[in-house]
Write a protein that binds this ligand. Sequence first.
Ligand SMILES: [Zn+2]
Length: 476
Amino acid sequence: MLTRQSIADGLRALGLASGDRVLVHSSIAALGTIEGGPDAVIDALLDVAGPEGLVAVPTFVCSPPFDRKTSRTALGAIADTFWRRAEALRSLHPTHSLAAIGRGAEELMHGHEKAPTAYGEGTPYHTLAMNGGKVLLMGVDQDRNTTLHTAEALVNAPYLGTVEAAYVDDSGETVTLTVPLMAGPHRDFIGLDRAFRESGLMRVGKIGSAVCRLMDGRRMIEVAVEKLRQDPAAVLCDNPACGDCRKQRGQIKAARLAAEGFTLSALAEDIADDPERAAAILSDEGIRDVEISGEAFIRRRGSFEKAGLRIAAIRDTLANAEAVEAARKAGIPLIAAVSTEDEFRAAAVAAAQGTPVLVENCGAPSGMYEEWYANEPAAPGLAFNPGAFAEEGENPFLKVFYRGLLRKKLRHFYVDDRTSDGTPALPGRGNGEVKEILSMLRCRSYGGVVTLRAPQAGPEAFRETAAAFWKLLDEM
Ligand SMILES: [Zn+2]
């Protein structure tokens, strides 16, 4: 059976010392049987930290509004006993309050609710860690380590959201706050444990049956920030069944696209028949812009827009007069695959009549398009399809793009890769030189649309295509 004395001995063996300032996350059940219950653990912590030290404990609540005088915390028996002690000071923050006992507690807790975020700069979590504070996990893992959210707030992680939360102030008034940079429901902080161990900032030991971890707060934040800078998804799980982390990864990708000059789009109807389903798959990739057929645009435009999708282009033939007219009225580009001079002329006519047309190269060598453009200087811009040129046995980058004639006409770019025998391939896996062209377009601050084309229809092929595209972008 554990006692106040044996717990204190265990804490000292772990490296906690007199004068330390420590934030504690704990599970009383993990420790085992304790003579004196949660109070014995609290006393042991205070005994070791001593009169010059400080012990702090997160005391969040589940059911708002938060009242620091009465709100029970769901963070375990030790935390719920701790804040009720007469000498404990509890911060007023509605979502991430904590309580502290010891030297400097008042200064540390004061104004938490006025800080710009719940756990970023200017909050007790950040202040404690950056000023020599330690973080102690007693029988709980890194997923309970609130100070790791500090690292996410410091890098302004794109997936953090905003919540409204209320607290009762000391005069009994309910105050509602808007709290930005709040973490979503799931993360994988457990994955950081190894990095903490390897960098020497953490000591691991046992007290009773609880595995305990004692970490230097500042170094812990520094390691987590470094990981997040290298990979914004560093603390998200990669379980494809985890909807939270899929969504958060999508938000990271959307933020990344927002920093690009181009707009990324996809062929919605190839991904799923149902616009809502297509939108969900696209949002995992940070994409909101789509191309749809004339038929879908005319009959179901509203359902695509209701699903949150923006229509970047209509794909159809110029023979579909209804689609041409719809595109003209909406002012949305109509992309027509063109393989003959007659079709090319028809595109020029439609453009002259006010339809925003783009010509997609499809089934003819680049020399033909160059000749047609030479004959029709006012002809519509080109939706450049490198896969179609590869299929003609050409080098879409080294020859077609580099020669400059069609590059000047490029208004839209298809990430459509194929091998030279015409077999559809994932981006970067065929002879379309899509990586080279994309890289050059980015160098020119290309501000048009880039549309992903998967080798096959269906959500799986699209996910694979998107993953290959993101890998290409990562490697640029
Ligand atoms: Zn997850």
